[in-house]
Design a protein around this ligand. Structure first.
Ligand SMILES: [Zn+2]
Length: 251
């Protein structure tokens, strides 16, 4: 049984692709430059340098490589990230708002979703949070790459091995960013719901679990349960795909 209550899959996929494209272009720029420096400076069998000389050469190479990674991660990833994050957080929020409207209207309450200053503020907070998460992942990737390079230089690892290790670090970061994109789209979508419920004085909401073979026990247990506005809403965990719907009190 497969069920995706938020129906944000296409939006999420397009967001993931945009972020991945940034990582790929970072890799394309940074790889040849790092590997060339690494090739030039890694210890060789017939090394004629003194120990001090060798340490100095490696130190300089690592500091050059650090600059390259810093520059390109800014140029290729971070400097492009904000408009992308803003776009998808806003789109997810709008979808949530419109879906909330359709639920509310179905319950015979008059309501039209439009973007108020309060919604704008929510989107801005959500986008900032999302941006911070992806930036932190990029920072971690930079540190991981440098650790790999430093170790490779100390051990005189082959270019092939080095390239493979760096690839692993970049892929790990890409994977994490995709997960962040998925989770944050859902967060924005669900937050839009809750904010619309508040506008019409709806005080309670129901948890709708997304069903597939990866649904966790906690989310399964929450399906159909009723919560108050202010209770933690999904996503409950990274990759959670659960959503919410309003509970209208009968008079
Ligand atoms: Zn869930």
């Amino acid at each position: 049984m497969k069920y995706d209550p938020s129906k944000t899959k296409t939006l999420t996929r397009s967001y993931e692709q945009q972020v991945i494209r940034l990582f790929n272009s970072f890799k394309k720029k940074v790889y040849p430059r790092i590997l060339a420096l690494y090739r030039m400076n890694k210890p060789k069998m017939n090394d004629k340098h003194t120990l001090d000389g060798r340490v100095k050469i490696q130190h300089n190479a690592i500091s050059d490589i650090t600059n390259i990674i810093d520059n390109y991660s800014y140029q290729e990833i971070n400097s492009h990230l904000k408009p992308i994050v803003n776009k998808y957080v806003r789109q997810a929020y709008d979808r949530g708002g419109k879906k909330a409207e359709s639920y509310i209207v179905k319950d015979n309450i008059e309501f039209k979703y439009f973007f108020t200053p309060r919604d704008l503020q929510a989107v801005s907070v959500l986008a900032q949070n999302n941006f911070r998460l992806i930036s932190a992942t990029t920072e971690l990737m930079k540190k991981d790459m440098l650790t790999v390079i430093t170790q490779g230089m100390l051990e005189g690892q082959s270019i092939h091995k080095m390239a493979k290790a760096l690839n692993g670090k970049i892929n790990k970061s890409k994977y994490n960013c995709r997960r962040i994109a998925r989770t944050e789209v859902l967060r924005s979508y669900n937050q839009a719901h809750i904010n619309q419920y508040k506008k019409v004085g709806i005080k309670r909401w129901e948890w709708i679990t997304a069903w597939d073979d990866r649904t966790c026990d906690m989310c399964m247990g929450n399906d159909g349960r009723v919560f108050k506005i202010g209770d933690p809403q999904p996503p409950l965990h990274p990759n959670c795909r659960c959503s919410v719907k309003p509970v209208v009190e009968s008079k």
